[in-house]
Design a protein around this ligand. Structure first.
Ligand SMILES: Nc1ncnc2c1ncn2[C@@H]1O[C@H](COP(=O)(O)OP(=O)(O)OP(=O)(O)O)[C@@H](O)[C@H]1O
Ligand SMILES: [Mg+2]
Length: 320
């Protein structure tokens, strides 16, 4: 049994006429304990809504309309809010892009950290303080006991992100979801945060679901990745084969967009056309309108998910 098992997940919201607009459409995913999975795809492809669905944090009107999410065998889609609250910050936690939004500006960070430790590990007084110091040290914050008294605004952006990661790991979760954790930071700090996540994953045996636009950062930290488009999985593969030879035309297009150090200037190939609007998606392959290799049936019918050893891909071109 994998730590995280998602089967045929659909997330959507009702619109007029009894229709439901889906933003995640039939996602299946397995993540083993201690493994790191990347989730990539253009803006609007459904990455964050997938993360929020796992955490039980979808905002109305969005909700899970079909499918199953199991953490350690426990079904989350039907779990009562109280059980989800216990799991959040306990067995699973999430770090968002904007560290400021995850921290309360009016309380010192020590108070916020100790709050988490009280709620999820039943710690109070000196034990909570010690665990808070330990968590801050684990994320590379020096003079941790003195910094417990400081407020979020007294930390730099990168340091705030470290504090947020400390809060996320303080209860030793099995699963850490990081949704664009470095997007708001400058390049050197990004690399440091990614290195930190990598180190924590090894030290604590965390499973990591790493959501990003940055394929190079993803390659540094993840074992495998799922490429999403229009709420659907286009392909999934271990990092090296994915980068060497993406199987799906969208995977190829996405990798072509990424400037590489070795590239000659100007060798950038943006994907023509615009990302799809969720309400306009039919049953066809969502990428078909922008795909340079589409066949007539690509615009008529969803391609099946094909399995190729450790890889999966959904493309009519790959159907024998
Ligand atoms: N509250 C909402 N109501 C309706 N649609 C929403 C709502 N929030 C998000 N969406 C839509 O859901 C789709 C998926 O959004 P999601 O936030 O998961 O994208 P993403 O892949 O995380 O993109 P980004 O890279 O920009 O963060 C988008 O088309 C978005 O417009
Ligand atoms: Mg997002």
């Amino acid at each position: 049994m994998a730590l995280l098992e998602i089967d045929d997940l659909h997330v959507g919201f009702p619109v007029a006429g009894g229709r439901v607009v889906e933003v995640v459409r039939g996602l299946t995913l397995r993540l083993d304990a201690g493994q790191a999975m990347g989730l990539v795809g253009e803006s609007g492809s459904g990455k964050s809504q997938t993360a929020l669905a796992i955490m039980g944090l979808l905002r109305k009107p969005l909700r899970i309309t079909r499918g199953s999410i199991r953490l350690d065998g426990q079904e989350l889609t039907k779990a009562p809010e109280e059980a989800l609250r216990r799991l959040r910050g306990g067995a699973m936690s999430i770090v968002f892009q904007d560290a400021m939004s995850g921290l309360n500006p009016v309380f010192p960070i020590g108070t916020q950290l100790m709050d988490v430790l009280r709620t999820h590990r039943g710690l109070s007084g000196q034990a909570a303080r010690d665990a808070a110091v330990e968590a801050l040290e684990m994320v590379g914050i020096r003079e941790a006991s003195a910094r417990l008294r400081q407020y979020p605004h007294q930390f730099s952006g990168g340091m705030r992100q470290r504090v947020l990661i400390a809060m996320a790991i303080a209860c030793r979760p099995k699963l850490l979801i990081a949704d664009e954790p470095t997007t708001a930071l400058d390049v050197t700090v990004q690399a440091q945060i990614v290195a930190l996540l990598h180190e924590l994953r090894n030290k604590l045996g965390l499973a990591l679901l790493f959501i990003t636009h940055n394929l190079d950062l993803m390659a540094e930290i993840c074992d495998r990745a799922i490429v999403l488009y229009g709420g659907r999985m286009m392909e999934e593969a271990p990092i090296d084969p994915l980068f060497d030879a993406p199987m799906h035309p969208y995977g190829r297009a996405l990798l072509d967009c990424v400037p590489r150090l070795a590239d000659t200037p100007g060798a950038l190939h943006p994907i023509e056309g615009a990302a799809p609007m969720p309400g306009r998606l039919g049953e066809a392959c969502p990428f078909a309108p922008r795909c340079g290799e589409s066949l007539p049936r690509c615009t008529e019918q969803a391609p099946p998910e094909l399995v190729f050893g450790p890889r999966r891909a959904a493309c009519w071109r790959l159907v024998p």
